[in-house]
Design a protein around this ligand. Structure first.
Ligand code: IPD
Length: 264
């Protein structure tokens, strides 16, 4: 078995255990631990507990690897591999009992910085939906044994997804971007989980996705799902405070790129 496959198996196994913990806590009742930067930027006790479980499992299985998690930050490792983890992506959905939340785990090599890393493996597990999406570099992407493939949809018929930043100061610009994109598409969804949006692009349920200002753990696993499913994943303005992330099959990606690359 190659290293990428081994890492994807591990990511998938841990994401299922972590997802089960998140689901159980949801059933028991979620306590909102804190809002972070703004009202929409929340963290629950479960986010922290799930991240601690993932960190423990990874430490036990691969003690030399680094770690970058949404809730607890970064830890450098000696192996050159870093795990990039969102314990609960779609936290607002989770807190409100909407099932579109997931555990997202990726293994990257090189610097734990999206501009420099290579994503080796990833898993996105949505416990309340009963689905796991996984990918290994050079081996493809799967969901529960089925190979994933992006659509070959033309831009005019594209079903897209997007998301908005947490900072109210960004909303006007983000909505203006949505308005610029809408004429090219059938419709645009805002599901509240970037990792799931990317998994759905990989699975061919969505034709494309775009969002400004994602953090590394929001898209690390999802980016590999898309590219291993035959799609394209890009980030524009990578040095800016809010890089634009976009993904899709060839034609949809190209059209999105043409629209989003125009300056606001
Ligand atoms: C958020 C979700 C949301 C996206 C935000 C992300 P979180 O992640 O993925 O869909 O619009 O940009 O930060 O905070 O729920 O882990």
């Amino acid at each position: 078995m190659t290293l990428a496959l081994e890492l994807s198996e591990l990511a998938s196994e841990i994401s299922r255990e972590a997802g089960e913990l998140a689901r159980t806590r949801r059933v028991e009742g979620v306590r909102l631990a804190a809002t972070k930067s703004t009202l929409a930027d929340i963290v629950t006790d479960a986010d922290r507990e799930v991240e601690a479980l993932i960190r423990d499992r990874l430490r036990a299985a691969r003690g030399d690897d680094g770690f970058l998690g949404e809730e607890t930050g970064a830890e450098t490792g000696a192996s050159g591999i870093t795990w990039v983890v969102d314990p609960i992506d779609g936290t607002v959905n989770y807190a409100y009992g909407i099932p579109a939340y997931n555990v997202s785990i990726a293994a990257v090599s090189g610097e734990p910085d999206p501009a420099a890393w290579e994503v080796l493996a990833g898993a996105v597990h949505a416990p309340a939906l009963g689905e796991t999406f996984m990918a290994a570099l050079g081996h493809g992407a799967w969901s529960d044994g089925q190979r994933l493939a992006v659509t070959t949809e033309t831009p005019a018929g594209a079903l897209l997804a997007t998301g908005f930043g947490y900072d109210p100061a960004t909303h006007e610009g983000d909505l203006a971007t949505v308005a610029r994109v809408m004429p090219m598409a059938r419709d645009v969804r805002r599901m509240g989980s970037a990792a799931l949006d990317l998994a759905y692009v990989a699975a061919g349920r969505l034709d494309g996705y775009f969002e400004r200002g994602l953090r590394p753990w929001d898209f690390a696993a999802g980016s590999l799902l898309v590219t291993e499913a035959g799609g394209l994943f890009s980030r524009l303005d990578a040095d800016s405070a809010r890089p634009m992330t976009l993904a899709g099959g060839g034609a949809v990606h190209a059209q999105l790129l043409a629209i989003l690359d125009e300056k606001d």
